[in-house]
Design a protein around this ligand. Sequence first.
Ligand code: TRP
Length: 374
Amino acid sequence: MNNNIPLRPLQKLCALCGLNKLFLHPQPEGGLKKPLTLHDFLLLAMDTVVSGIRSTGNLHLGNYFGAVVNFLKMQKENNCFFFIADYHSLTTHPKPDDLHSNIKQILAEYLACGIDPDVATVFIQSDVPEVTELYLLLNMNAYVGELERTTSFKEQIRKQPDNINAGLLTYPILMAADIIIHKANKVPVGKDQEQHLEMTRRFARRFNTLYEVNYFPEPDAYNFGKQLLKIPGLDGTGKMGKSEGNGIFLADSPQEIRKKVMKAVTDTGPQKPGEKPSEPVKNLFTIMDVVSDPSTVKYFTEKHASCEIRYGDMKKQLAEDIIKVTDPIRERILQILADRKYLARVVSEGAEKARASASKTIREVREIIGYRPF
Ligand code: TRP
């Protein structure tokens, strides 16, 4: 364990009573089962972060700068659970072989980006069956009306009208189960997931109210106080997506990246000095802002303002700057994919850690609901 973890003030420490007098408050009957170790103290002092990524499609630049870069910072200072949401991916009925290879690919990509399984808990959702039990239990307190009104559900109905399965309807409940099963306080999510997180808070609150307990914390969105970073696609409008065909993937070869960037949508060029860039061009500048040197951005911004810009030059530079970020990652992805032993160890250790945390919650939740031993 990393020794440089900043300790938070001790008032946040007590997991037993939620109060701030860890060393003074009365012990539960029979005392603590096990004395707390230093490790326990450190974990208790940290916030718990949970985040999942669906195992559909490879990681693209938008995922990397919008999410993964934040994960890398967070993993050092929080008790992090990062997982591959492979149950969620079943809503689109993947073929069995694809399901497995998608999970493996995305796992290798996470690790190649620098997610450290010795620091964070990295696991596959379907290795933690406890989450499905909590999902079932939460289903009883979720109302069909509120699920039907969810934006993502309405979008999915439009996207896959022939497969409006119940899993799509209850998607936010499964996501809530993922989060609260580890009693997370913080969830790093993009804008498109904010409504789901709001629902998570509501389900947690509702459980607490129904059973008159203060058991589940209500997790907050976590974005380092900055605006959530949105990386646009290369097709002129909207954000970079997995399925929109407008993305640059971390696993793309340099040749593919050059080809994609050179084909990116632009316009016929600025007509008057000082003109604001059109949306497609602004999008290229936004990507440049994150991958290129500030002097490069300044150079092309000035060329645009003076109507001297040549989009071809800008794209060439942009492609090379993207490659500088992605290529080392791509090479690590390949190395990791080739190392089956390593992947198997990461997955089984991650599952063990995640299940330890999840099964404790399930035990307590069953007790709260009223399941008692005979
Ligand atoms: N719904 C998220 C997405 O589509 C993935 C996800 C599943 C998730 N469970 C989660 C994200 C829990 C954060 C926390 O991106």
